[in-house]
Design a binder for this molecule. Sequence first.
Ligand SMILES: Nc1c(NC[C@H](O)[C@H](O)[C@H](O)CO)[nH]c(=O)[nH]c1=O
Ligand SMILES: CC(=O)[C@@H](O)COP(=O)(O)O
Length: 159
Amino acid sequence: MATANKNLSVYDKTTIPNAKDFRFGIVVSEWNTEITSGLYLGAVEALKDCGAIEENIVKWDVPGSFELIYGSKKMIATQEVDAVIAIGSVIQGETKHFDFVCSGTAQGIKDLNVLTDTPVIFCVLTDNTLQQAMDRSGGKHGNKGTEAAIAAIKMAALG
Ligand SMILES: Nc1c(NC[C@H](O)[C@H](O)[C@H](O)CO)[nH]c(=O)[nH]c1=O
Ligand SMILES: CC(=O)[C@@H](O)COP(=O)(O)O
């Protein structure tokens, strides 16, 4: 189902574990900060709405989406978190760099999920235009940060 056919911010709290005992790391890319800051706010709002406490949310900033890989690895190694949310916004430019950043970041985050025992949630928008990114970070299609927070809680609950 395409994002256009579902709102990213809609969730049923009765199907989500209480997050009060979980500790979350959120690693945020500084590229397209007007987008990633919206994703971050959506994620924190949903985590707290589902019971997470402020003191159990650790936020680190990294330069770009590609650095989400190392930032998430470092977060896992040092912060004793139950899940990590990796937040980025990649927007198509003039060159193929978009393809390499998107695929490299996706593969790196996938590798962390394979090689570590801490779930890392892929909250990286990969859009053709700024408008598409705005629509998915608190706009008409909701907020992917919210979706990522719910995924983080559910994965943390797996233990
Ligand atoms: N163009 C975008 C980038 N590019 C930067 C890379 O993520 C990386 O920081 C650089 O290649 C140095 O390793 N990053 C984004 O997050 N979004 C973009 O649109
Ligand atoms: C995703 C990118 O790295 C891209 O926005 C950079 O822009 P360009 O391809 O025009 O160099």
